[in-house]
Ligand binder design. Structure first.
Ligand SMILES: Cc1cc2nc3c(=O)[nH]c(=O)nc-3n(C[C@H](O)[C@H](O)[C@H](O)COP(=O)(O)OP(=O)(O)OC[C@H]3O[C@@H](n4cnc5c(N)ncnc54)[C@H](O)[C@@H]3O)c2cc1C
Length: 379
């Protein structure tokens, strides 16, 4: 059963219908094969871009869809329910274009934003380094000003879409301390930039995650976004929006797991009745449904605050924490509903469980979300 959504407009209802149609035709037929074989689905992001699904929340003047965040996130949830790795890639693309949109000059936006929002230029977000994940301010990759260029040296880690994206929103050190970090827009074909081999991950197999290496890579200085030293605050402001994307992805995974579990519980019989009719299992499904609905409510609450121009950083962290923990619990319980076959690769629920795990880790682990929430309590 498709989720019965409360949507604010006819436009939003049309978008959800369009997304389900694209998901049915483009994502669903190939997801199992590509995840199993760890193959990158060339052209899928371009198809989403052509359908207008890569730029929903951005302003129409730059080619975006001009949709409220609460609508964009529900579209993202629908995509992630069919294919979590693609949902993450869509969310990261939006995260990567946020700095240019929010901090770029008019001239920079005119040059690069329309291509990004049309999906011709797919983005990746490059903040983490091997020794700097939660502690982003510990990053070391250097950006040294030299005439009209910055010379980049060092390595970055854990880049979603690494080696496949067309541009990298890079955070590199141009000075000392947390105010010595700057944000740059790096084209994928920059001389001196290379990528590591894809990490061998637990899930999200179809979209690579790689390191990147900068070896005296010379970047024109007009690719600095915002001012020198503003990088960390740009990174964190992008992550407030990005965390809402991850919350929506997590709810999509959880919803898909719930749907599979409900279907199976109505087919499988034990002791002469469907397993859904054993109260112990029916209550497990009820708890799963309640977790999905309440997780969705937390991201919608934060998104509505964002849409109204209100502060939403704490609420975004609450949404990320609640939704991703719910996804982990619901997907684990979905495997339980399937019994022994749930532990095999014959059914999607084992993949959902592997995919849910990463949502508790990236874009700020759930320990870091608690830090953000607790710091916001006193203010
Ligand atoms: C599949 C995947 C995709 C990713 N994609 C991207 C991407 O596109 N771009 C990008 O920049 N990064 C990306 N990352 C990196 C990701 O954001 C980091 O892995 C994450 O922020 C955690 O950092 P870390 O791995 O260094 O763990 P650490 O920071 O070393 O943390 C280890 C443990 O210590 C805990 N911890 C750390 N500090 C504290 C504290 N102060 N209080 C309490 N607990 C703490 C953490 O919660 C965690 O449990 C990705 C990672 C993965 C695995």
């Amino acid at each position: 059963m498709p989720v019965d959504r409360l949507l604010p407009s006819d436009d939003a209802r049309d978008l959800i219908a369009l997304t389900r149609d694209v998901a049915d035709k483009v994502l669903d037929p190939i997801v199992d094969e590509y995840e199993r074989d760890e193959k990158y689905p060339e052209g899928v992001m371009a198809q989403l871009g052509a359908a207008g699904l890569l730029s929903l929340p951005q302003p129409e003047e730059w080619g975006g869809g001009g949709q409220p965040y609460e609508v964009y996130l529900q579209v993202l949830e629908e995509i992630a329910a069919r294919w979590a790795a693609i949902g993450v890639a869509v969310s990261v693309h939006s995260l990567s274009s946020h700095p240019l949109l929010a901090y770029g000059t008019e001239e920079q936006k005119q040059r690069w934003l329309p291509g990004m929002l049309a999906g011709d230029q797919i983005g990746a977000y490059s903040l983490s380094e091997p020794q700097a994940g939660s502690d982003a301010a510990a990053l070391n990759c250097k950006a040294t000003r030299d005439g009209d260029s910055y010379v980049l040296n060092g390595s970055k880690a854990w880049i979603t879409h690494g080696g496949k994206a067309d541009f990298y929103t890079l955070f590199a050190r141009s000075g000392e301390g947390s105010k010595g970090i700057s944000c740059f827009l790096v084209p994928a074909d920059l001389d001196g930039l290379s990528f590591g081999k894809p990490e061998e991950k637990m899930g999200l197999h179809a979209v690579p995650t790689t390191s990147a290496f900068y070896d005296n890579a010379r970047l024109p200085a007009d690719r600095l976004i915002g001012t020198e030293g503003q990088g960390l605050s740009i990174a964190f402001s992008a992550l407030d929006s990005g965390r809402l994307g991850i919350a929506a992805v997590a709810v999509g995974i959880a919803q898909a797991a719930l749907d599979e579990a409900v279907r199976y519980a109505n087919e499988r019989t034990t002791f002469g009745r469907k397993i859904v009719d054993h109260q112990g299992l029916g209550f497990l499904l009820a708890d799963m449904a309640a977790a999905v609905v309440s997780a969705r409510a937390t991201y919608l609450d934060a998104a509505r605050r964002r849409d109204l121009g209100l502060p939403y950083s704490s609420q975004a962290s609450v949404a990320k924490l609640i939704a991703t923990d719910a996804a982990m619990k619901v997907t684990t319980d979905a495997v339980q509903v399937f019994g022994g076959v749930g532990y095999t690769r014959d059914f999607r629920v084992e993949r959902f469980m592997r995919e849910a795990k990463i949502t508790q880790i990236f874009e700020g682990t759930n320990q870091i979300q608690r830090l953000v929430i607790s710091r916001g309590l006193g203010s």
